[in-house]
Design a protein around this ligand. Structure first.
Ligand code: SF4
Length: 265
């Protein structure tokens, strides 16, 4: 049965969301509430109306804009398949991102299964906060997991993201034990996730669960200010500046621990 869901964007010719040239489909809804989120419009599961401003000469106009679109699997795949020739030539495929794609379980499962039926390489970009049975269900149809790890200290995780990290870490242990293809992604948030203590604890956790895949470090960008304004919510990271040295320091920690690491995904 074809499934319906809500997406908020489709990005063509994506080159940072998995191997080769890809189309990335952004599903709405996220169970986390990261204070540094650069896609705050993605968090609600529903379509939402926002007020946008635009300037024409001296005049400022305010207009309503809808974020989110109700679609079904067939419509999404029709769009994705338009670029199949580029995926085939570059070993690319389709990536399902968000928000958190696992927040729309039946829709995501159907998207992944249908993509595999059409011969596509499938990737999901996930924060890992999802029931185990769902992770088990999608595993056979997911060629690559881009799996975010942010903070190992659980109290800090709750404070900065609103949820415990236990499920996230357990799901990662499970996926590693199943020999899933995983790339760990770590957003480097100044003085929150990029601290020496957190990085050493992440390394220790990954060694403990026998993860030996790649690490992608994602440097902090404070580029979502206008989105926060449009949504009329406070941007708690507004004054935080990117620490240029942080990614190099963190990368060298991972390299010394024997991991293959790249900056920027
Ligand atoms: S997991 Fe990603 S989409 Fe969700 S709140 Fe955090 S940064 Fe935003």
């Amino acid at each position: 049965m074809m499934r319906n869901g809500i997406i908020f964007d489709i990005k063509k010719f994506a080159v940072h969301d998995g191997p080769g040239i890809r189309t990335t489909v952004f599903l709405k809804g996220c169970p986390l509430n990261c204070i540094w989120c650069h896609n705050p419009e993605s968090r609600s599961k529903e379509c939402i109306k926002i007020l946008k401003e635009t300037k024409v000469g001296e005049n400022t106009f305010t207009f309503e804009s809808m974020i989110g679109q109700k679609v079904n699997t067939e419509e999404v795949l029709l769009e994705v398949m338009k670029d199949k020739i580029f995926y085939d030539e570059s070993d690319g495929g389709v990536t399902f991102s968000g928000g958190e794609p696992l927040m729309q379980p039946s829709f995501l499962e159907d998207l992944l299964k249908t993509s595999k039926e059409k011969g596509l390489h499938t990737t999901i970009d996930t924060c890992g906060f999802a029931p185990r049975d769902l992770v088990e269900r999608i595993l056979p149809f997911t060629d690559l997991f881009l799996y975010d790890i942010k903070l190992i200290d659980n109290e800090l995780h709750k404070e900065k993201m609103g949820v415990s990290n236990e499920t996230i870490l357990e799901n990662l242990r499970f996926l590693v034990s199943q020999k899933a293809n995983i790339i760990i992604r770590i957003p480097l948030i100044p003085d929150i996730t990029d601290t020496e203590e957190n990085i050493l604890r992440i390394i220790s956790f990954l060694i403990g669960c026998k993860y030996n895949g790649k690490i992608d470090l994602l440097p902090f960008h404070n580029t979502a200010e206008q989105k926060y304004k449009n949504l009329q919510i406070e941007n708690q990271m507004k004054t935080i500046k990117k620490d240029v040295d942080s990614s190099e320091k963190v990368a060298s920690r991972f390299t010394k621990a024997g991991f293959s690491v790249s900056v920027g995904g």
